[in-house]
Design a protein around this ligand. Structure first.
Ligand code: ZN
Length: 676
């Protein structure tokens, strides 16, 4: 492993942060943390933690011994000084005299040790950092060390790899037990600066950040070299996939959602890197996926076991496999919860990591971000398990030890902090989402927690909006079936399925109906009617796959227009296809209610947008003999209706679970255009 420390870079980093009042010693800790976090062979998402011990000033200007330790849930790769929590070392020192400690006691002690009550929770390994006397302490979960220590003879292998220069301690529960064990082992090994915890990871420390960093790179490099020199060649025989991802993912997603005890939807993050392909080509998969994660820390994301699906399973077998997984998880929970007198509360029992033979792996999460974390950890699992098997047998911590971490208070607190929104885990596609009503709708749905995909032909404005929102942008021509198919395939590849489609793209044409050229009418029908039909057909195909076993419905929403009901003079080319689309809505509601698909639309009027520009407003106002202001406020409420009002209507319709075949009017009130 390459040592990335560069004095010049550390100096530059310090010069950048010194104006914020950050001391050199602190800046070096942040710099080292980022170097560690950058290396995926050392740190997986959100994992690892670092600290530095410094003098700090209290509110009354007295100096105290403090430690700045990574806050829980922060990523080392992007960390800044704000990602560290200051804690009072003298408070934590007092805990050294204890012989055991309850979760509640530990959480309280850590909370009260903070120098500022507004700071986030310190890392769950804060006590370990505090009990190690060195100024800098770094902790990671390196692939090479896990491959060596997830073995029956892990201690022997580590000593061989590092020439006997490492303190090795057996796996022990994180938090106080680990801190105590490490503190004891250091009493007899004062000169050592590397501690490997079997089946968990490594701590290195030193008086300078560079010393602690160098020790980390050294122990990992030695482990990597040892693995290269001693491993036997593994036979892997990657198989050809018998599924297309675009066909399998919605079925699998539907099976998970329909098996959930709540109405939670899930995102599926797919990977098929060379590591995953090699893993899938390896013979002992059904044993490996049941063994457990590479370090118990990963269990809160991945669950103890992965689900493995053979390459030729059909949808009924997929549903059965999910059911069996759930039953197995419930047994694991009940068995281990007895040790806690039944006090723990079970999380959902669905799988989080799903390997599909020949195809790849899915990480399952309540958001795209969480699903990505899971699939990244699944890839680490595949890499470590393969390396372990090339040395002997992959043998991680026991399910009992994994349960203790999976249901450990400070760990579950990490999950509890993430609040799920009403549309978390939902995938929403918005066509014409780059500006006006579409952009306002994309923003609304993102705020409601959905994963948003914006399909639009205007790359410049839409990609900027997508970046701002954290949405996906797909350059799409809704009047081109091929472009639409590719776009919907991309949605499945990225998210695993689809829940809500807002068919919004449209364009306005004018012309007196008795004289308008046919070409204009046909152009308008192309986008204002046929595109809605093509988008809906593409959506129905995915939604039906997801709903194979029922209970997993979807929503299609159309942006209609007041013109569909109440025609404006010379606006026939726009109103006619919109009227047809309103009927299309009814037809979809009628034909696909049985598939759990709800269909509704919004009738909006006089919304300023890319379609109804100020210029067009002036023209339409003139056609009705009104001023511009009177035109946009000419409704029963006497106020201008905004794109945000329409966006809210779309959201309300998406959340109205018993509504289909409905049209909601958003026009400030216009009796002539109101529906009967
Ligand atoms: Zn750890």
């Amino acid at each position: 492993m390459k040592n990335l420390w560069a004095k010049k870079d550390a100096d530059i980093f310090f010069n950048q942060v010194r104006r914020l009042g950050i001391a050199r010693q602190f800046a070096d800790c942040v710099y080292a943390s980022r170097l560690l976090g950058r290396e995926t062979q050392l740190v997986q998402h959100g994992g690892g933690n670092t600290s530095v011990k410094l003098l700090a000033k209290t509110f009354d200007e007295t100096h105290i011994d403090a430690m700045f330790v990574k806050a829980s849930g922060y990523n080392l790769e992007q960390i800044t000084a704000e990602g560290f929590v200051g804690v009072n070392q003298s408070v934590l020192d007092k805990l050294k005299t204890h012989t055991n400690m309850s979760d509640e006691f530990l959480i309280n002690a850590l909370g009260q040790s903070r120098l500022s009550f507004s700071s986030p929770n310190p890392s769950v390994e804060t006590l370990v950092h505090s009990f190690i006397p060195a100024r800098y302490v770094f902790h990671t979960h390196p692939v090479a060390i896990l491959a060596l220590t997830n073995q029956k003879n892990g201690s022997e292998l580590i000593q061989k790899a590092t020439g006997g220069k490492t303190i090795v301690i057996p796996y022990v529960m994180s938090g106080f037990p680990l801190a105590l064990q490490i503190s004891r082992s250091l009493k007899h090994n004062k000169d050592n600066n590397t501690i490997v915890v079997l089946k968990h990871g490594v701590f290195t420390f030193g008086d300078t950040a560079q010393d602690a960093y160098d020790s980390m790179i050294r122990v990992v490099t030695n482990s990597e070299k040892f693995i290269r020199s001693t491993r036997k060649k593994l036979k892997t025989n990657p198989r050809k996939p018998s599924f297309k991802l675009e066909n399998l993912a919605p079925v699998l997603r539907g099976a998970l959602i329909s098996s959930s005890a709540t109405e939670q939807r899930y995102i599926l993050s797919f990977r098929n890197s060379p590591v995953i392909k090699n893993f899938l080509g390896f013979g002992n998969l059904s044993r490996l996926v049941k063994c457990g994660p590479v370090t118990p820390d990963h269990a809160i994301w991945t669950k103890p076991k992965a689900l493995f699906l053979p390459s030729n399973c059909n949808s009924i077998e997929i549903v059965r496999a999910v059911k069996n997984y759930k039953r197995d998880y419930e047994r694991y929970f009940e068995k281990n919860n007895r040790r806690y007198s039944g006090k723990k509360v079970m999380r959902d029992s669905l799988p989080r990591v799903i390997f599909v033979d020949g195809l790849g792996v899915f990480g399952v999460g309540e958001s795209l971000e969480k699903a990505h974390i899971v699939s990244e950890l699944a890839e680490t699992f595949a890499a470590v398990a393969l390396k372990s098997e090339s040395l002997g047998f992959y043998a991680p911590a026991s399910l009992r030890d994994i349960f203790d971490i999976e249901y450990w208070g400070p760990e579950t607190a990490k999950l509890a902090e993430i609040k799920n929104s009403p549309l978390s885990g939902h995938v929403v596609v918005i066509t014409g989402g780059g500006s006006g009503i579409g952009a306002a709708t994309a923003t609304r749905f993102k705020e409601a927690g959905a994963e948003v995909v914006i399909m639009d032909s205007d790359r410049k404005t839409t990609s900027a909006l997508a970046d701002k929102l954290g949405a996906m942008y797909l350059s799409t021509d809704v009047t081109d079936k091929n472009s639409l198919r590719l776009a919907f395939d991309k949605v499945i590849q990225e998210y695993g399925g689809l829940d809500i489609v807002i068919s919004n793209a449209g364009a306005a044409w004018e012309g007196e109906i008795g004289t308008v050229p046919e070409k204009i009418l046909r152009q308008s029908f192309e986008i204002n009617f046929f595109a809605h039909q093509s988008v809906s057909q593409a959506a129905v195909e995915i939604l039906k796959k997801q709903n194979l076993i029922g209970k997993v419905g979807g929503v299609i929403l159309f942006n209609l227009s007041k013109q569909a009901i109440n025609p404006g003079r010379n606006f026939g080319p726009y109103g006619l296809p919109k009227a047809a689309t309103m009927f299309l809505l009814k037809q979809y509601a009628l034909d696909h209610g049985k598939d759990g698909i709800r269909v509704a639309g919004v009738n909006a009027d006089r919304i300023r947008s890319g379609l109804l520009t100020d210029k067009l407003i002036a023209k339409r106002a003139n056609a009705r003999g009104l001023s511009n202001l009177d035109y946009v406020t000419g409704n029963l409420l006497g106020k201008e209706v905004l794109a945000e009002d329409v966006a809210k209507a779309f959201l309300d319709l998406a959340l109205s679970k018993s509504t289909t075949g409905a049209v909601m009017t958003v026009d400030g009130g216009n009796i002539e255009a109101s529906l009967r």
